[in-house]
Ligand binder design. Structure first.
Ligand code: S3P
Length: 162
């Protein structure tokens, strides 16, 4: 089968849902953030600090093309759609957008200090979600609303769709 690519904003549950799907379907799991950290031997936050966001985006684009397009569950970083090259690459893949409202995201991440974009006080994250939303919807083969659902419900919704 075609790999399942999960996209969505930070805090939408991509990693958790990807793990559930991988377990359920007995498929390997790939996570573009983990791949970047492994390939470059640095934590994402250190890459942002040392080289800035643009360099991180370049690394992220590189690892995206190294993901397995068959028989795999792939969890992507929330900004994967920031680069057109990634949007184009995802165009003919099986992409699921985990659509989560700002309120739910905010409540989940309000105390999170691990994500450089989230922790950047100068950035309006709600505006960023609004800006990214149209691209998430455009890239997605299927959109799965997640508010108020358990990981099992979200996973089952995805299995019903594919
Ligand atoms: C980012 C999201 C993060 C990570 C990086 C940038 C973003 O991944 O790729 O910190 O721009 O939204 P998660 O969506 O897994 O938090």
């Amino acid at each position: 089968m075609d790999s399942i690519y999960l996209i969505g904003f930070m805090g939408s549950g991509k990693t958790t849902v990807a793990k559930w799907l991988a377990e359920k379907l007995q498929l390997p799991l790939q996570d573009t953030d983990d791949m970047v950290e492994q390939a470059y031997g640095m934590k994402i936050s250190d890459i942002f600090e040392a080289y800035g966001e643009e360099t991180f985006r370049t690394f992220e684009s590189q690892v995206l093309t190294q993901t397995k397009t068959k028989d795999c569950i792939v969890s992507t970083g929330g900004g994967i759609i920031e680069r057109d090259i990634n949007v184009n690459w995802l165009q003919n893949k099986q992409v699921i957008y985990l659509q989560t409202s700002w309120d739910v995201i905010f409540n989940r991440l309000k105390n999170d200090a691990t994500r450089p974009i989230w922790s950047d006080q100068k950035k309006d994250k709600q505006a960023l979600l609004r800006k990214r939303e149209s691209t998430y919807l455009q890239v997605a083969t299927y959109t799965v609303p997640t508010d108020g659902k358990t990981v099992e419900q979200i996973g089952s919704d995805i299995l019903d769709l594919i």
